[in-house]
Design a protein around this ligand. Structure first.
Ligand SMILES: Nc1ncnc2c1ncn2[C@@H]1O[C@H](COP(=O)(O)OP(=O)(O)OP(=O)(O)O)[C@@H](O)[C@H]1O
Ligand SMILES: [Mg+2]
Length: 303
């Protein structure tokens, strides 16, 4: 009798060990990428939507989140009408599967809505609920790409600080560059930032202009902040991008061969594979923090 009980116990232990080993080996967390800018209207949403689409088209699982509290940019750009958003999940009215909706191709969308604002007032119970729900998709996606609003607000800084990869978008205009520097300085001052910091120069006249602008910007960051910032790429100024928005489709889907599309696909590849010539800087191999940890961090930082 005793022998049989021991054997059963041993079998159960072995199964448990096997499951634990499998979980350890295969559980890859979601990489969280946050897109922001100092100045508004520089192309954050355009770039967020298109690089999310590009990464998804390359066979990775991608979820795109709209964290702009102002206008629901992504909804408009993709012509979707979400019924529920993060707010309903924080309030306990809806689960993650009720608020996550399909976008173009295999891309999935999480509408932030007023839930982003609500993160500042969240109580312990709500936070637990949020983390449990969000935890359900952690690892199910390879990438979570988050589009934020512009400027140095508490929310935007918290999102950037908690990210695995923080991308700052600027145009070559001096005002946009000054504001981009401002946001980088704020992020840099916070010791808690452990992610990668990247720059994208949008609306350039040529690749050469993008490289030149980024090089100068990088020098300023090195000189005054002693911080390296890697150029993820630049995107040419393309009037057709406005047309794409009217059609409520990602630009790279309507004009896949356009230079701006090629630029955005190249940015997507650099995010996935690392920036050429930046071996010391790239931390693509560094394990991702995951969505649950990300939300834990932001709710802590915002409060
Ligand atoms: N490379 C580009 N070439 C031409 N037009 C562009 C380009 N990128 C963005 N735009 C245009 O710039 C405008 C602003 O773009 P978008 O909404 O993506 O900016 P944003 O930074 O998300 O703005 P906001 O700060 O309001 O959220 C849009 O009309 C868009 O069509
Ligand atoms: Mg936007």
């Amino acid at each position: 009798m005793n022998d049989q009980a021991n054997r059963l116990r041993e079998m159960a232990m072995n199964v448990r060990k096997e499951i634990e080993a499998e979980l350890k080996g295969n559980f890859q967390k979601t990489r969280v990428i946050v897109i922001s800018s100092g100045k508004g209207g520089v192309g954050k949403t355009t770039i967020a939507v298109n690089i999310a689409m590009a990464i998804s088209s390359m066979g990775k699982k991608v979820v795109l989140m709209d964290a702009d509290m102002g206008l629901a940019n992504i909804d408009i750009m993709l012509g979707i009408l979400p019924k529920y958003n993060l707010y309903h999940m924080i309030q306990g009215q809806k689960n993650i599967k009720d608020i996550i909706i399909p976008g173009p191709g295999d891309l999935m969308i999480i509408p932030g809505g007023s839930g982003i604002d609500e993160l500042a007032n969240i109580d312990q119970n709500q936070l637990q609920k949020l983390l449990t729900e969000i935890g359900k998709i952690d690892g199910q996606y390879d990438y979570m790409i988050i589009d934020t609003g512009a400027g140095i607000s508490k929310h935007v800084i918290a999102f950037l600080l908690a990210a695995d990869d923080a991308i700052i978008i600027t145009t070559p205009e001096p005002t946009s560059l000054t504001d981009a520097y401002g946001i980088i300085k704020t992020v840099h001052r916070r010791q808690s930032f452990a992610g990668n910091l990247y720059l994208v120069v949008n609306r350039v006249s040529s690749d050469a202009e993008g490289t030149l602008v980024a090089e100068k910007f990088k020098q300023v960051c090195t000189k005054f902040l002693n911080r390296d910032i890697a150029l993820l790429g630049s995107v040419v100024n393309e009037p057709l991008i406005g047309e794409g928005i009217k059609q409520q489709q990602p630009f790279i889907r309507i004009y896949p061969k356009n230079s701006a599309s090629r630029n955005m696909k190249s940015i997507a590849r650099s995010l996935m594979e690392g920036v050429a010539g930046w071996d010391d800087y790239n931390h693509v191999d560094k394990p991702a923090g995951g969505i649950k940890k990300f939300f834990k961090k932001i709710s802590h930082l915002i409060q």
